[in-house]
Design a protein around this ligand. Structure first.
Ligand SMILES: Cc1cc2nc3c(=O)[nH]c(=O)nc-3n(C[C@H](O)[C@H](O)[C@H](O)COP(=O)(O)OP(=O)(O)OC[C@H]3O[C@@H](n4cnc5c(N)ncnc54)[C@H](O)[C@@H]3O)c2cc1C
Ligand code: SF4
Length: 538
């Protein structure tokens, strides 16, 4: 670090404690820096997680309404974006599926050619996988076996695979749910338990089996002196001491994210934005607009990608097995070159999600699809009222349902802008622009139909996808992409923000191509790589 920075509170302030933030915190602490991690969400202990999705207060993050959970939803015209908000970021609510994307992603988008990605990245994926404890899932629940059968019935049985998951699982033959001393970090990590196959990963693991960031990267970072400030939201970042390029450090202002406490001010030599794709975009837009960081590239908000997702599923009230058993995402199949489907579940009793599902409905989005859905529902009620009632009533939903998460690796992107929406012109906020990602994927609907036939159940669509033609996605990436210049992106290939010194972005916002698989392993591996360019503290 340069001279004169010892008077600053920290060497590095990391905004957000998700995948990018946790890697940054640990690696910077290991290099001898004084690190602070400022996180908007709460710190969680396993016993505090909700038992079912009816416990909205502990599940959903909407502090203005008294909901102080870890799962957030943001509604845009083009997508409903689901994301995590907690110490540990999205890892607290994620399904722990960690997949390496195909090599071709490095040939697409604004990062192509800026590094020898294909030879550099494998070592960082390997480190990320080791730190996160990735294994091949050895617990196939009834839902996974049904997925395999449906794939066979569709002629794609050979593509069935067990997901790679960051979950501590007992070796074959050993009982589940056993407490074990730290299995990952030579005794330096916390005590853990093996997985009970309860399907609850996305509601927070109550058994200490999911390898969330607070039991690996963040745990070790704190041991090396990093300080975590939970329930604290960053609202301003500006250069200190008249050096407009940040050469003299930064002032970071925060407020309480749960409405209590006063504004605080921290100073730091360097800042790492790791607030997630949506969070970092929002902060950079705000800071550019209010003049705190005016030189941020105009490319903020461009090339936002959602992995082209659609949620469908099948509900089988008469199926004899409990379909909620297993890990949240235990297996997947490829129904064609571009279309990937994973079997997803929620734990027993988490039936509130049924309120968002309805009978499978295809057709072009808009009034005709809504009409088709309505007529289909009326017809089903007239033809078999009891069967249809059992399908739409909530109780038993999680036990009887397999959600099918369909992702397409086709290139398409949105743009986020900082504008006054027509329905709320009082202040600016993120609004989406661009071509809509399709909510109706005919091949996926056909697969859901086959799946339902196997179980004697009924195929399902998501109601918001039909009514509003808005897909839901848990995989929002991009918006501050890696590029060769500020005319094409927001950060360079070492994650340094164009126009400033000692300002970095390390999270999903830097990703410059559609991955076609769940993104967290790539975010972790990219952050590992970014940290190798920062020298040790002198
Ligand atoms: C239900 C669900 C299931 C998922 N399952 C998977 C899966 O199985 N596999 C997979 O790869 N991905 C999965 N994801 C996606 C995954 O969670 C994200 O891709 C990943 O967490 C993004 O990492 P990140 O580092 O970009 O940011 P995040 O992990 O989102 O962390 C960002 C953090 O920054 C904080 N923050 C934001 N703004 C501020 C601010 N102004 N001040 C302070 N803190 C701030 C947030 O509270 C958050 O904790 C899932 C997501 C959801 C919602
Ligand atoms: S299936 Fe249950 S025990 Fe296993 S990781 Fe998920 S929540 Fe934890």
């Amino acid at each position: 670090m340069a001279e004169g920075t010892q008077s600053l509170d920290f060497d590095f302030i990391v905004i957000g404690s998700g995948f990018g933030g946790s890697v940054s915190a640990l690696r910077l602490a290991e290099k001898g820096y004084r690190v602070a991690v400022i996180e908007m969400g709460r710190r969680w202990a396993p016993e505090d997680f909700p038992r079912t999705s009816w416990s909205l207060r502990r599940w959903i993050w909407r502090p203005g309404l008294g909901l102080r959970g870890f799962f957030n939803m943001r509604f845009f015209r083009h997508a409903t974006i689901f994301h995590g908000c907690a110490v540990g970021g999205g890892s607290i609510t994620y399904a722990a599926t960690l997949l390496v994307p195909p090599d071709k992603i490095w040939d697409n988008g604004s990062w192509a050619g800026l590094a020898d990605w294909k030879s550099e990245m494998p070592q960082h994926y390997a480190t990320a996988a080791r730190m996160l404890g990735v294994i091949e899932n050895n617990i196939l629940g009834p839902a996974d076996l049904l997925l395999q059968k449906a794939a066979e019935a569709s002629g794609v049985g050979h593509t069935f695979y067990r997901t790679k998951v960051a979950i501590l699982q007992a070796a074959g033959g050993e009982p589940r749910g056993l407490k074990v001393p730290d299995p990952f970090f030579g005794g330096e990590g916390p005590e853990r338990s093996t997985c009970k196959a309860c399907g609850g990963c996305m509601l927070g693991c109550r058994h200490g089996a999911k390898n969330t960031l607070d039991v690996n990267y963040l745990y070790l970072a704190e041991k090396r002196g990093a300080q975590i400030f939970p329930e604290t939201r960053v609202v301003d970042v500006k250069p200190l001491g008249g050096a407009t390029d940040g050469g003299a450090g930064y002032e970071v202002q925060t407020v309480s994210s749960i409405g209590r406490g006063t504004r605080r001010r921290f100073t730091s030599r360097a800042v790492v934005f790791s607030a997630s794709s949506l969070g970092t975009m929002q902060l950079l837009f705000e800071l550019k607009e209010k003049g705190s960081l005016p030189a941020i590239s105009q490319q903020v908000g461009k090339y936002v990608r959602t992995n082209s997702e659609s949620l469908i599923g099948a509900r089988a009230p008469d199926w004899p097995e409990d379909l909620s058993q297993g890990v949240a995402i235990g297996s997947g199949v490829y129904i064609d070159e571009h279309t990937h489907i994973e079997a997803v579940r929620y734990p027993q009793g988490s039936d509130s999600l049924s309120l968002l599902t309805t009978i499978l409905t295809g057709g072009h989005p808009g009034p005709r699809r809504i009409g088709r859905w309505f007529l289909g529902l009326v017809w089903a009620l007239l033809r078999s009222p009891i069967r249809t009632f059992r399908l739409v009533q909530p109780f038993g939903f999680a036990r009887q349902t397999v959600i099918l998460l369909c992702m397409q690796a086709l290139d398409g992107h949105l743009e986020m802008r900082w504008e006054r929406p027509w329905f709320w012109p009082f202040h600016k906020q993120l609004v989406s622009r661009g071509r809509k990602v399709p909510t109706y994927i005919p091949e996926a609907n056909e697969f859901a139909r086959k799946f339902a036939q196997l179980t004697g159940g009924t195929a399902m669509s998501m109601l918001p996808e039909i009514l509003f033609d808005v897909p839901g996605t848990a995989h929002c990436i991009g918006g501050c992409t890696i590029a060769d210049s500020p005319e094409r992106g927001v950060v360079d290939s070492q994650h340094r923000v164009f126009g400033y010194k000692n300002l970095y972005v390390c999270d999903g916002s830097v990703i410059a191509a559609n991955l076609g698989v769940n993104p967290s392993l790539t975010i972790t591996a990219l952050a590992e790589r970014a940290m190798t360019f920062i020298p040790a503290a002198s």
